[in-house]
Ligand binder design. Structure first.
Ligand SMILES: Nc1nc2c(c(=O)[nH]1)N[C@H]1C(S)=C(S)[C@@H](COP(=O)(O)OP(=O)(O)OC[C@H]3O[C@@H](n4cnc5c(=O)[nH]c(N)nc54)[C@H](O)[C@@H]3O)O[C@H]1N2
Ligand SMILES: Nc1nc2c(c(=O)[nH]1)N[C@H]1C(S)=C(S)[C@@H](COP(=O)(O)OP(=O)(O)OC[C@H]3O[C@@H](n4cnc5c(=O)[nH]c(N)nc54)[C@H](O)[C@@H]3O)O[C@H]1N2
Ligand SMILES: [Mo]
Length: 737
């Protein structure tokens, strides 16, 4: 809490830290990890404290900032510098031809956006982006505005994140969400954590894992990197954790090669089927399979030909390690598999995730206590935003419900996702880009192309708390609209308001900001969107936007009639701790697929071949960042200090490539039909990653990934598998800082 006290002072810090994740407090914005029913007095982690401090700073961007800094000037600043300028407090506008933003009134700012939107030839010339911090009520109002305006162009950060999860789970089990409840971690026998680094990105999960271990569960980590926390964890909230050696979390560490997970999962299912053949009737959950699933015979036939050599090549591990994991799986009555970006941001992500479902279904590990499939979401409300309709392809029943509730016909044609929005910008089809939160140009792949595309548009609008790269890469005209954050007290005409969020295990609860806003000019996101909707749509649709701004209960009443599971929302959300949304697979083994059964699927095994002399690079998060927000240049758990320009390489690869630890290299990514891309002057760090693999930090490494490199079926940028070659920096070439 040192930085918090230094930046916020003792009183503000105390007030904040005692209300994070409490039942009457606010939901921490650092991840979507759920809250236990029984909460500690301080229910947060180091990274949560950092995210809260970053938002709750009393430092604000003064009016003079905008005349002192031209856009050209700001383009040279780092994300770190931009974020450190403090909270945005007044709307600012950049006119065509100007190199400066200048302060404007809210009326003028909203008027400009309304004029440009009304001037478009078609509503589909606008795109409305959302980042996953947006609360449920805000998200609902926002998608309602976009659809009342006439477009389904609702790209969001989920397109770059867990989209593969939604696609795979939707097709196989009929719902794109976790099938477990928080308590299941205490009741399970085995947890397999794949492609996820909870020590940094979901630190409170380590407490759940520690508790699971104490209840007798075993834990397996599948990862190219030996991530701290996964292997050993010292819980800072327990005396034993502070003083002792900590808990060994993973009983088995499977150091897989990047992209080898589909092969591993198929090999595990094959071993399960072989065990059944050896002892018929004792291994598979036949009752469950007969009653609730479809596709077992085809799956069995497909795996009969599984090429074990191909599996070993793809995974880079020994057959005995797969045997060991299979034995653990077979010995466990209840198994949970969790995953995050290491699996979703792969070319074959959707098929890989379907293999997780296959493996779980074989032994009935879905819809019973202590078992299930559990994607661990990133942004604190990214799951809730989807539930509220932030999706370019919301299903018909949702659109029907909007039509019935509000009396206008929403567009039915699917809109653009994040990558399609960049293509739309490139073609000149998207003329207004409007964002509620996030940092689109930095988060999406191919930074240079994305920035060039953004510059070609007519108007960019960012509704945000703090400055970032997306504010300085603008269209011909641009606006920044400053807004309240999670920690801020939100007062409207009917009185104090609260919002709500949905966590990764489908629990919905209220979030109350409590700090007095740093500036009286700040508006809530709901205010900005409803005022804009009024200005754009007038009386053309029968929606009472002002009523929703006045009292967020009105929004919740609408939600309760539109979104299944939210019946009686206003009462339910006021219960301490909130409520859990219904979930067919979890609650009753009901699967809303085309056949009403869970689908066991056949997926063709494929993995990225590593050409000679090349490495497979993944882009990941340091301990000191939240996505594109950089808190410091360190990555403590990986031993990195004072510099993010590093590439982690296995020592054997370093030797084979004729390089040396600490040497500066240029990182070239190679693509079949595109020119090489390059990141210059990176420092080689000898690191025990899986052989043949490398890692560098996102967002910097996004320049290496072309827009065309996207996951099959979900269109998520392939951020975790980039073929690269490292070339020593030649003497005399410059090294960027
Ligand atoms: N402090 C903090 N918290 C955060 C965030 C943050 O930036 N900072 N971001 C939030 C968001 S939006 C998200 S989506 C989550 C992200 O949470 P994570 O998914 O944990 O984030 P990444 O850093 O991308 O880590 C990916 C992990 O997958 C592993 N991996 C890479 N390739 C493979 C592979 O082929 N196979 C396997 N098995 N593993 C692989 C990597 O080694 C790494 O451990 O965190 C959320 N929480
Ligand atoms: N190469 C590579 N690229 C990736 C990834 C990767 O692993 N590798 N990960 C992807 C993932 S998982 C994700 S989720 C995306 C993230 O993409 P985004 O969600 O677009 O990016 P963030 O960095 O989370 O956005 C941070 C900004 O949000 C604004 N903000 C913060 N709080 C609030 C608020 O309360 N209200 C409003 N209106 N604004 C606020 C601030 O201006 C802040 O600068 O990036 C993706 N890109
Ligand atoms: Mo994410």
């Amino acid at each position: 809490m040192e930085p918090a006290i230094a930046q916020l002072g003792l009183t503000r810090t105390a007030k904040l830290m005692t209300s994070i994740n409490q039942k009457d407090g606010f939901d921490c914005m650092s991840c979507a990890w759920p809250d236990p029913d029984d909460r500690k007095a301080l229910e947060f982690c180091e990274n949560g404290a950092r995210a809260v401090t970053w938002e709750a700073t009393p430092v604000t961007v003064p009016s003079s900032f905008w005349s002192e800094h031209s856009l050209t000037d700001l383009l040279d600043k780092s994300e770190y510098w931009l974020g450190m300028q403090g909270r945005l407090v007044e709307p600012v506008y950049k006119a065509a031809g100007s190199d400066h933003y200048e302060p404007v009134s809210w009326e003028r700012a909203i008027g400009i956006v309304a004029d440009r939107l009304k001037g478009l030839a078609s509503p589909d010339e606008a795109a409305f982006y959302t980042s996953g911090r947006t609360a449920n009520e805000t998200a609902f109002v926002y998608q309602l505005f976009a659809r009342a305006f006439g477009t389904n162009n609702l790209p969001d950060c989920s397109n770059m994140c867990h989209e593969s999860t939604g696609t795979a789970l939707g097709e196989t089990i009929g719902i794109g969400k976790s099938t477990i409840a928080y308590d299941d971690f205490e009741r399970t026998d085995l947890i397999i954590i794949m492609g996820q680094n909870p020590g940094t990105n979901h630190p409170r999960m380590l407490t759940a894992l520690e508790d699971a271990k104490r209840s007798g569960a075993s834990i397996v980590a599948v990862n190219p990197l030996p991530e701290a926390g996964l292997l050993r964890y010292k819980n800072p909230q327990r005396v034993r954790g502070l003083l002792g050696k900590g808990t060994t979390i993973a009983d088995q560490f499977v150091q897989i090669r990047s992209g080898g997970d589909m092969a591993l999962l198929q090999a595990l299912s094959k071993r399960v089927l072989d065990a059944e053949d050896a002892n018929p009737g004792t291994v598979l959950d036949h009752d469950f399979l007969d009653r609730h699933t479809q596709g077992l015979d085809d799956f069995r036939a497909h795996l009969a030909d599984l090429d074990e050599d191909a599996v070993l090549a793809a995974t880079g591990i020994a057959a005995s390690e797969i045997d060991e994991l299979a034995e653990r799986y077979l010995a466990a009555d209840r198994v949970i598999i969790t995953w995050a970006m290491g699996l979703t941001q792969q070319k074959k992500a959707v098929d890989t995730l379907k293999e997780i479902i296959n493996l779980l279904l074989l032994r009935g590990n879905i819809g019973k206590p202590g078992a299930g499939a559990s994607p661990i979401r990133g942004h604190s409300n990214v799951q809730g935003d989807r539930t509220m309709g932030i999706w370019e392809q919301m299903p018909e029943p949702f659109l029907d419900a909007i039509e019935a509730e509000f009396g206008f016909a929403p567009p039915r044609e699917h809109g653009m996702d994040s990558l399609k929005t960049v293509a739309g910008l490139q073609r000149g089809d998207v003329k207004v880009f409007f964002a509620v939160g996030g940092n689109f140009v930095a988060a999406i792949s191919d930074t240079e192309a994305a920035e060039a595309a953004m510059r070609g548009t007519e108007l960019t609008v960012q509704v945000s708390t703090k400055l970032n790269r997306s504010h300085v890469v603008t269209g011909t005209e641009a606006l920044i609209m400053p807004t309240l954050g999670r920690t801020d007290f939100d007062l409207q005409a009917s009185g104090p308001q609260f919002l709500s969020v949905e966590d990764t295990v489908c629990a919905v609860h209220a979030t109350h900001g409590s700090l007095p806003p740093v500036d009286p000019r700040l508006l809530s996101e709901v205010s900005i969107i409803t005022r804009l909707a009024t200005a754009v749509l007038g009386d053309s649709v029968p929606v009472d936007w002002a009523g929703m701004e006045r009292d967020y209960d009105v929004i919740r009443d609408h939600i309760s009639r539109v979104v299944p599971g939210f019946e009686n929302f206003n009462a339910q959300v006021r219960r301490k701790g909130g409520f859990v949304l219904p979930n067919g697979p979890r609650d009753s083994r009901t699967f809303a697929t085309a056949t009403g059964r869970a689908m066991i699927t056949v997926n063709h095994l494929e993995h990225l071949e590593r050409p000679a002399g090349r490495l497979i690079l993944q882009t990941l998060r340091s301990h000191d960042q939240f996505n594109t927000t950089i808190y410091s240049l360190n990555d403590r758990y990986r031993g990195i200090h004072n510099g993010r320009d590093v590439v982690f390489v296995n020592p054997q690869d370093i030797a084979e490539l004729g390089l040396e630890d600490g040497q500066r290299v240029d990182i070239f990514s190679e693509w079949p039909d595109e020119p090489d891309r390059v990141l210059r002057g990176y420092r080689v760090v000898s690191y025990p990653t899986a052989k043949g693999c490398a890692a560098a930090y996102f967002p910097e490494a996004n320049v290496l990934i072309p827009l065309a490199s996207a996951a099959d079926g979900s269109n998520t940028p392939v951020s975790k598998a980039v073929v690269v070659r490292l070339e020593p920096v030649s003497a005399g070439s410059t090294v960027p800082v």
